[in-house]
Design a binder for this molecule. Structure first.
Ligand code: PGA
Length: 256
């Protein structure tokens, strides 16, 4: 796990954008796993500014609320359309987001997994982290081998997301999410976290035991993970001095 600590979210998001831009230039038909929420917004703005060629790129989003129509302003379909897809030249057919309105949720989950496999697997999976350590909507106690399925959100996640819904009572209880096993199959995972609120979850994920109590800790088992943090999100890391030194002294050939 490579942990990159930057002074502020803008600098951290810029590094993440450069990583994605490099992949797209090297592999114009790359498959990206995308995320929603407050965290990736700056990254999406950076990527839009870079004017990359998205025509051959395929995307799979991590998750979608169950029972929220795709036109709902807080659905992740709306989020992706408004915040990202309508600003780039991606082909609509190449973008995939789980259908949270499906009648047969297990069937669409299985199809989602098949589509990811048929696309050749995910080259780079973007991730945020919940204050409870969730990745996607894999809440604590999720199986570390789980596949795409429906999950029940924890009270904490519903509280954290109440700001988007004008109150906790409006936040859905369920979501369809890629599983942890699905996420682990991506060839590269890129996790972003900003702000003091994420500091404990990040410390537990990077330096704690691998445990379903903090689903992001499973990334310790993945061969290629980059974590881009601002100083506040890094503040509880015991080894932050070392991570900073490593990044500042990277050999040229390793530079992003
Ligand atoms: P946030 O959510 O980016 O809105 O903080 C992250 C997450 O829940 O994965």
């Amino acid at each position: 796990m490579e942990i990159i600590i930057q002074p502020d979210p803008a600098a951290a998001a810029e590094i993440a954008a450069r990583l994605i831009a490099r992949l797209i230039r090297e592999k114009p038909g790359a498959v990206l796993g995308l995320a929603t929420g407050g965290t990736p917004l700056r990254l999406y703005c950076e990527l839009v500014k870079m004017k990359l060629d998205w025509r051959k790129i395929t995307t799979f989003n991590l998750d979608e609320y169950a029972g929220l129509p795709s036109q709902h302003p807080q659905s992740y379909h709306s989020f992706m359309r408004e915040k990202f897809f309508r600003h780039i030249n991606i082909a609509g057919n190449n973008t995939h987001i789980p259908n949270g309105m499906a009648k047969d949720i297990p069937a669409i989950c299985e199809r989602y997994e098949k589509k990811i496999r048929a696309a050749g697997g995910i080259d780079l999976q973007l991730l945020g982290i919940g204050t409870d350590g969730h990745i996607g909507f894999n809440e604590p106690s999720s199986s570390l081998a789980s596949r795409t399925r429906i999950k029940t959100l924890t009270p904490r996640t519903r509280r954290d997301n109440a700001r988007f819904f004008g109150g906790e009572k409006n936040v859905p209880h369920h979501a369809v999410t890629m599983g942890i096993g699905t996420i682990l199959e991506a060839r590269h995972c890129l996790l972003l976290a900003f702000g003091r609120k994420k500091a404990r979850a990040i410390a537990a994920a990077a330096e704690g035991p691998v445990t379903a109590r903090n689903p992001a800790s499973v990334l310790q088992m993945h061969p290629k993970v980059t974590v881009c943090l601002d100083a506040a999100a890094a503040s509880c890391l015991e080894m932050k001095k070392y991570y900073r030194w490593v990044y500042e002294n990277k050999p040229d050939w390793q530079n992003i």
